[in-house]
Design a protein. Structure first.
Length: 281
């Protein structure tokens, strides 16, 4: 995993609450920050990494994670679940990978009324790998107490030690109440969507949902999603070649984005209110 400190940039609106498109673009960058460019380094983490004091705004917890009562709220990936605390997730990863998970920190920035401001660094994600099995966990910023908002697992199997496709398919149905469609081109995928009204629907070959309602209309009505994709060995379709499982609470991420912008913009307003600079004439 590329070890960087990702500094995410957001062009906020001139009011304390940014426009939806900017806000969601910011969150979209945050959850995909593993692919972002940045500079810096990451130290191996303790169970609860301390926030670095870089002189930025110390974000405070104003939001509490509300665990869903549906299938996605109960789903777990190797013992990891949405809403789990950072120390709990660290322990699960440590036990599964038999090593300390790596931590990536981020610094969030915004511009408001012509003033740029940033937050203090915070642990934004955890990751570990056990042979060809990799797990990435996204942690909420301090405004929601660092809970897990996204989990992604990607594993490939050697042909001589691959699980049977039918057995895996049955296990996925039991564990996630998910039903893979018939294989097409050596692969199959399905997705569960937890709607904001509490219902859960499944769509064969469904895709993940972007947190931005402006780029993905489903985001306005969907709270969370879980996607499973499986591919088989071309010469032996009864054997699994790879498996990926991802789940994400985009409703929580949307609330987090709005609160981050509110706190950073409020910090700028407070500084401007107490400004005493006088022009030299």
């Amino acid at each position: 995993m590329k070890r960087v400190i990702a500094c995410l940039l957001l062009s906020a609106a001139s009011t304390p609450f940014a426009q939806a498109q900017d806000m969601e673009a910011f969150r979209r960058n945050m959850v995909n920050a593993a692919n972002a460019l940045g500079q810096g380094h990451i130290t191996e983490p303790p169970a609860s990494p301390a926030t670095q004091d870089n002189g930025g705004v110390a974000l405070t917890q104003k939001l509490t994670y509300s665990r869903m009562s549906n299938a996605l709220g109960q789903a777990s990936i190797l013992g990891l679940s949405l809403g789990m605390s950072a120390p709990e997730a660290t322990n699960v990863l440590r036990q599964y990978c038999q090593t300390e998970p790596s931590v990536r920190t981020e610094t969030l920035r915004t511009s408001h009324k012509g003033v740029d401001i940033e937050s203090q660094s915070y642990p934004a994600s955890l990751a570990c790998q056990r042979e060809s099995d990799r797990i990435d966990v996204t942690l909420a910023p301090p405004v929601m107490g660092g809970v897990v908002t996204r989990i992604e697992r990607s594993v490939s199997y050697p042909p001589l030690n691959a699980p049977g496709y039918d057995a895996l398919k049955a296990e996925l149905t039991t564990h996630y109440t998910a039903h893979l469609p018939p294989l097409s081109g050596g692969s199959a995928a399905t997705a569960l969507y937890a709607l904001k009204n509490g219902n859960v629907i499944e769509k064969a070959d469904g895709a993940g949902i972007d947190p931005s309602p402006s780029s993905d209309p489903r985001a306005a009505t969907t709270q969370a999603w879980l996607r499973i994709a499986v591919s088989v060995v071309p010469q032996n379709p009864s054997a699994v070649r790879s498996l990926s499982i991802t789940t994400e609470d985009i409703g929580a991420e949307q609330a987090i984005t709005a609160e981050i912008i509110r706190q950073l913009s409020a910090a700028i307003d407070a500084k401007l209110t107490h400004a005493t600079t006088k022009p030299a004439l």
